[in-house]
Design a protein around this ligand. Structure first.
Ligand SMILES: CC(C)(COP(=O)(O)OP(=O)(O)OC[C@H]1O[C@@H](n2cnc3c(N)ncnc32)[C@H](O)[C@@H]1OP(=O)(O)O)[C@@H](O)C(=O)NCCC(=O)NCCS
Length: 113
């Protein structure tokens, strides 16, 4: 059963500006695994998509209970994203897409994993 949904769209440039002006944003909002993946990909759009996914998750949960860096958006071997909260795989499903200037993410909170 679906218990909540959320979506978020974000300008990649906006995230680039935040990273440049507020370096603390990186550790505040992203886990070590996400930061390491960001360095591997070398693409700010990766961070923007993860931030959008986290915002979508917060909307799906309707109340904000977690630090954003404890919510992780990782990828399985097929590239499909999955959500880990406090190092435990969660029953939240996300979908991410990229365009040149924007990223978009949806989140669905399910009653089953
Ligand atoms: C996976 C696929 C759908 C991604 O689509 P895309 O238009 O290239 O890229 P988008 O910007 O829309 O989406 C990228 C995101 O898709 C998600 N994704 C990748 N593989 C996925 C999978 N197996 N299942 C679900 N989501 C997946 C990821 O979140 C990825 O972003 P991330 O790597 O930062 O996590 C696409 O590459 C694919 O494999 N399509 C299969 C069908 C096909 O080959 N079509 C082409 C002929 S029409």
């Amino acid at each position: 059963m679906i218990q909540g949904i959320g979506c978020d769209i974000l300008s990649i440039d906006r995230v680039r500006n935040i990273i440049e002006t507020t370096p603390a944003f990186l550790k505040r909002c992203f886990s070590e695994r996400e930061i390491s993946e960001y360095h591997k990909r070398g693409d700010i759009a990766y961070l923007a998509s993860r931030f959008a996914a986290k915002e979508a998750i917060v909307k799906a949960l309707s109340k904000y209970e977690h630090d954003l860096n404890s919510i992780e958006i990782l990828n399985d071997n097929d590239g499909k994203p999955y959500v880990v909260i406090n190092r435990v795989k969660s029953n939240i499903f996300v979908s991410i897409s990229y365009e040149t200037e924007y990223v978009i993410a949806y989140a669905v909170l399910s009653s089953i994993l």
